[in-house]
Design a protein around this ligand. Structure first.
Ligand code: URA
Ligand code: CA
Length: 442
């Protein structure tokens, strides 16, 4: 096999075989195939696309390029959830204890990453003492005992994806549905998922801004999962405005606690119930989404979901008293309100720009090595559709510096106020399932 022939084949619209894809990914991972050839291939894929079979083969070739997490020691069906990312997306913090509390084992490997706020681990580390430096054996034992544990990235998972994603980033080939879908799915499969619930976000604050692209990506990922024996469902959810009210690490932990108590933002609770219901069904703990939803609601009402969160925090060294006394979480030195300059109705929010404003306060990392401030962030007081009076606060800025002019101006520029009543956007646009309508059970 010659790499140049395979590039030409894809360039001319041909279909690569499983062996050819495996050859390319193996060669690229071990250095036999240079960046310039892989760049040409990525560009050929960008223009020619890939068949569903090629996408599945590419995914598994990337899974095979490195280590896999072995979760066979965990009893039950391991259902993982993945979000394509958004602003103030607090769902993992709510979902993990919520579904664990009804018997769905959650063995979560998580990262820190770049973004408007930190990753799930950063957020959880705002609980004093909480840490993810546990060994594999302990990790599995905690999941079996408490239903939930979180561990930091370990092993060398999907090195082919790491290398290819970095290459795509500098060769204008990130925006390719087959490449995005296989990149995301390979990481989930290598992390040990038996089944996967995807939260594919759409709108200004999402990776996919247009509905058509969002649907196509969701369909591609669901198809890959089901082809490779992982029951997969995607929920398409709104990211035209931030989710919930809080954007920031400790602020989102607090919001998650409120939500687990049944007193959180309606959109965050609703999305958690929607995603959670699918997780519960895929884990075999309920016959259908309605039954699953009732189980989850009952767990919140009885306090069991919150109790599961406490047990989980304490088991990993965290001070679980923050759940009842959230003032023990890191708090910022300054709170600055953002009074509305006019009255009317919130007609739109530039989610991405609000996220960037939170990052400017120090809530997220701009580069791999930036320090993150767990206390700071933004708590919205209004969302799209809400009525506002002049002088009423649109948001509270939690800052550790006095000078927040730029953040303030960014917030004013991001929150549009119109004179006519505006409708809140829908929260869930649809669910994409396997072709048999059953998450692809065969
Ligand atoms: N996120 C990923 O993990 N991979 C992509 O290719 C794009 C977004
Ligand atoms: Ca939030």
């Amino acid at each position: 096999m010659r790499t140049v022939d395979l590039i030409a084949k894809k360039r001319d619209g041909g279909e690569l075989s499983q062996e050819e894809i495996a050859f390319l990914i193996r060669g690229y991972t071990d250095g036999a195939i240079p960046d310039y050839q892989m760049s040409a291939l990525a560009m050929a894929v960008y223009f020619q696309g890939m068949t569903p079979r090629e996408r599945a083969d590419l995914t598994m070739a990337m899974v095979d390029s490195g280590d896999r997490i072995d979760l066979s020691g965990v009893t039950g069906i391991k259902v993982d959830k993945h979000s394509t990312g958004g602003v103030g997306d607090t769902t993992t913090l709510v979902l993990a204890p919520l579904v664990a509390s009804v018997g769905v084992p959650v063995a979560k490997m998580s990262g820190r990453g770049l973004g408007h706020t930190g990753g799930t681990i950063d957020k959880l580390e705002s609980v004093p003492g909480f840490h993810v430096e546990i060994d594999n054996e302990q990790f599995l034992e905690l999941v079996n005992r408490n239903g939930l544990a979180v561990i930091g990235q370990s092993g060398d998972l999907t090195p082919a994806d790491k290398k290819l994603y970095a290459l795509r980033d500098v060769t204008a080939t990130v925006e390719s549905i087959p490449l995005i879908a296989s990149s995301i799915m390979s990481k989930k499969i290598a992390a040990g998922a038996d089944a996967i619930v995807l939260d594919v976000k759409t709108g200004d604050g999402a990776f996919m801004k247009k509905m058509e692209d969002t649907r196509e990506l969701a369909q591609a990922m669901v198809d890959i999962g089901n082809r490779v024996g992982r029951r997969t469902i995607a929920v398409i959810s709104d990211m035209s405005q931030p989710l919930g009210y809080a954007i920031g690490n400790a602020l989102e932990v607090r919001e998650a606690i409120d939500t687990l108590r049944g007193q959180g933002p309606a959109d965050l609770y609703e999305l958690s119930l929607t995603l959670g219901s699918h997780m519960v069904v895929l884990a075999g703990k309920a016959a259908d989404a309605e039954e699953a939803r009732r189980l989850l609601e009952a767990s919140v009402a009885s306090g069991r979901a919150l109790e599961t969160f406490k047990t989980f925090l304490a088991a990993q060294g965290g001070d679980a008293s923050v759940v009842d006394q959230p003032e023990r979480l890191p708090t910022a030195a300054y709170r600055i309100e953002v009074p509305a300059r006019s009255e009317g109705y919130v007609s739109g929010m530039a989610a991405e720009r609000i996220g960037t404003a939170a990052m400017m306060l120090g809530a997220g990392r701009a580069t791999k090595d930036s320090e993150i401030d767990l206390a700071v962030g933004i708590v919205l007081r209004k969302k799209v559709g809400d009525r506002v009076r002049q002088g009423e606060s649109l948001a509270t800025i939690h800052a550790n510096k006095e000078q927040v002019e730029e953040v303030l101006e960014n917030l004013y520029a991001s929150i549009a106020i119109g004179s006519q009543p505006a409708a809140a956007p829908p929260l869930v646009y649809g669910v994409v399932e396997g072709q048999d309508g059953n998450g692809g059970i065969r």
